[in-house]
Design a binder for this molecule. Structure first.
Ligand SMILES: [Zn+2]
Ligand SMILES: [Zn+2]
Length: 173
């Protein structure tokens, strides 16, 4: 695990708000899922807000993913900017998460790596069925032609069985 990714040292952190802009190569995030590729760099705009021993971390991630369209199977780029919040309790020499249910961060020396919440927030943002465009025409179900780029000579009658069910229903009424 690359524990120095998106790392912020906390030694001597004063009360109040602090802003950081951290940029790492997308490949260092080690995203687990197939077909989930980060293009170029991932930026983290991080705000740390210290009130006594409580440290509130708010992050906004900026990343560009390469996804595969679920309709036409073409790869396409998708810009995303997910956010996360983590609350950390600072002791004299210790750091711990205030809420264990939050995506855990890693404590390294006297600092924190925000790689895990960055990774999680990216994964959660990827749609279940990505579309290159809301109006994507998809592939012809008969010949496989990508209907965004070309038309084909296939009959236009729908072959999807759900459509024929609809047809029967409408004939009954
Ligand atoms: Zn598409
Ligand atoms: Zn066709």
């Amino acid at each position: 695990m690359a524990d120095r990714i998106f790392f912020v040292g906390l030694t001597g952190l004063r009360e109040g708000r602090h802003r950081y802009e951290l940029t790492e190569a997308g490949a260092t995030l080690e995203l687990p899922e197939d077909g989930l590729t980060v293009e170029g760099n991932v930026r983290l705009d991080l705000e740390l807000d210290r009130t006594g021993t409580i440290l509130m971390a708010r992050g906004e991630v900026t990343a560009e993913m390469e996804l595969t369209c679920s309709r036409c199977l073409d790869p396409f780029r998708n810009a995303m900017s997910p956010r996360f919040e983590v609350v950390i309790r600072m002791g004299n020499n210790t750091l711990q998460l205030e809420d264990e249910e939050d995506t855990p961060v890693e404590f390294v020396d006297n600092g924190v790596s925000f790689a895990a919440p960055v990774r999680e927030s990216i994964i959660l943002t990827v749609p279940m069925k990505p579309l290159c465009d809301d109006g994507c025409q998809g592939l012809c179900q008969r010949c496989g032609t990508n209907l965004n780029r070309a038309s084909c000579e296939c009959p236009t009658e729908p072959v999807d069985p759900r459509w024929s069910d609809l047809k029967i229903l409408s004939e009954e009424t």
